[in-house]
Write a protein that binds this ligand. Structure first.
Ligand code: 6PG
Length: 509
């Protein structure tokens, strides 16, 4: 009976901005969609857009008014995709699908920005009722519509059933250039090229990797913002001039989607105020939480990601707008520097190198965090593969990701991107300018927390001897926490009776 009623291939639940775009992308790739949203207006909008894009030809998106209707329209075993807000709504939909009669071999794919531990829990909780699978999606509305980067994870058997669907709708990369194949017309999906969709691993591995993608995204955005701030406040450049610098940078090693959109933003004009649009946007950053989750995970795992964490702090500090305005009346800034035109031109060049080196560090932190998490959770993450699926479709897409993929191809066990010979050489060539840019910013009083946290990370990581010897002594002094000696085999702990003039040393274990 069910088979007779079936007229669709895939069920889609949640037709917000991302859901509608994914639905139409699936439809462009030949799938008929049973579409449902709690808001009937969103169902109608998805159907209307389908009709508009196909000039009223045979519908590809079939609106449903209930979960049961979605199930009835699908052949079994079914494939259903969810695009609902992360958190409780995902579980609500899963429960409603159970009530509507979903079966044990049906697959439900969560494509929201879910916390990866929720994904692990859901896989367990719904086992036997249906197969919960996850696919993290990056690329915003346009990516979802014309080719996102997809990070699927869960049961490998389930993956074999959805692999071809994901490879069809994903962004594609030209294998020769490593660059995205851009095509943005409805009804004309990109068929050639390497799809930005690989199986990431079991449980919530895909959502973990997407979380780190977003942490890197936060760092990348903050680094660009700091470069803008330095040029705007420190060098007195107009937004349109900064836009021109970003456009120039976007033709070299800093070529990236985030650089491209920043250049576009900076040359946009506000008709209402007759000023650059960026100057009328309130300087209070929002955040939905994925950057914070990345920073928390790095703290929990002891995998340092200070530039990512700094980017989260920078957003939080920006949120203290009223306090900052009050403090600006009380706290002094350094005296402005007298800069010649030649100084300014040189400063822009220094900044380019600073941005590039700091970017390498931010990505190194993100990849090292994923490596630590993989060890902790027993995932076999393919880092070259992850870098490759981030070359197109996602928000951090950049030519730079091709170099990261090559670094991990050279050495799958690379402990940190910084020690890859190519990246080590690049930082070696540019670090003097990176340091000078930060020194100038510091003297000028322009905050550059992400640029400088990346430098501190680099300097700490490359330093054989850190002052943690003194720190261990402090801990032992006030808390008898013990320390290891550097002149005996590791693993043996000692404690000193610090108050005693003879300072006797005892071995603890
Ligand atoms: C993506 C984006 C996407 C979303 C961010 C925004 O990869 O498509 O990262 O997931 O735009 O979650 O995050 P914030 O609101 O926290 O900046």
């Amino acid at each position: 009976m069910e088979q007779q009623q079936a007229q669709c291939d895939i069920g889609f639940i949640g037709l917000g901005v991302m859901g509608k775009s994914l639905t139409l992308n699936l439809a462009d790739n030949g799938y008929r969609i049973a579409a449902f949203d709690l808001d009937p207006a969103k169902v109608a909008a998805a159907q209307a857009q389908d009709q508009a894009e196909t000039d009223g030809a045979a519908p590809r998106v079939f609106g449903c008014t209930a979960f049961a209707e979605v199930l009835a329209k699908l052949p079994t075993p079914r494939i259903l995709i969810l695009s609902v807000p992360a958190g409780a709504p995902v579980d609500n939909v899963c429960e409603q699908l159970i009530d509507a009669g979903i079966q044990a071999d049906d697959i439900v794919v969560d494509t929201g920005n879910s916390l990866w531990t929720d994904t692990v829990r859901r896989e367990q909780a719904y086992r036997g009722k249906f197969q919960f699978f996850s696919t993290a999606v990056s690329g915003g509305e346009e990516g979802a519509r014309f080719g996102p980067s997809l990070m699927p994870s869960g049961d490998p058997q389930a993956w074999t059933r959805i692999e071809s669907i994901w490879q069809a709708i994903a962004a594609k990369v030209d294998p020769l250039t490593g660059k995205p194949i851009e095509r943005k017309e409805p009804g004309n999906p990109v068929k050639e090229g390497e799809p930005c969709a690989i199986y990431i691993g079991p449980n919530g591995a895909g959502h973990y990797v997407k979380m780190v993608h977003n942490g890197i995204e936060y760092a990348d955005m903050q680094l660009i913002c700091e470069a803008y701030h330095l040029m705007r406040q420190g060098l007195g450049m107009a937004p349109v001039e900064i836009s021109a610098v970003f456009r120039r940078w976007n033709r070299g090693v800093l070529d990236s989607y985030l650089m491209e959109i920043s250049a576009e933003v900076l040359e946009s004009w506000d008709g209402l105020s007759d000023r650059p649009l960026v100057e009328v946007i309130l300087d209070k950053a929002g955040q939905k939480g994925t950057g914070l989750w990345t920073a928390v995970s790095s703290l929990e795992l002891g995998a340092p990601a200070p530039t990512i964490a700094q980017a989260v702090y920078a957003r939080a500090l920006s949120g203290l707008k009223e306090e900052r305005v009050a403090a600006s009346e009380v706290l002094s800034a350094p005296k402005p520097l007298e800069l010649s035109e030649a100084d300014k031109i040189q400063m822009v060049d220094l900044l380019h190198d600073a941005l590039y080196c700091a970017k390498i560090c931010a990505y190194a932190q993100g990849f090292q965090l994923m490596a630590t998490a993989a060890k902790e959770h027993g995932w076999q993450l393919d880092f070259a593969g992850i870098a490759k699926i981030w070359r197109a479709g996602c928000i951090i897409r950049a030519v730079f990701l091709q170099s990261i993929a090559e670094a991990y191809k050279r050495n799958e066990q690379l402990p940190n991107l910084l020690v890859d010979p190519v990246f080590a050489h690049k930082i070696d060539r540019h670090q003097a300018n990176w340091r000078m840019a930060i020194a100038h910013a510091t003297v000028m009083g322009i905050p550059c927390g992400a640029l400088s946290s990346a430098l501190a990370y680099y300097d700490s990581y490359r330093t054989a001897t850190l002052p943690a010897n003194l720190l261990q002594a402090q801990r032992d002094y006030f808390g008898a926490h013990g320390f290891e000696r550097n002149d005996v085999p590791t693993g043996k702990r000692f404690h000193v009776q610090w108050g005693d003039v003879n300072r006797p040393m005892v071995m603890i274990d």
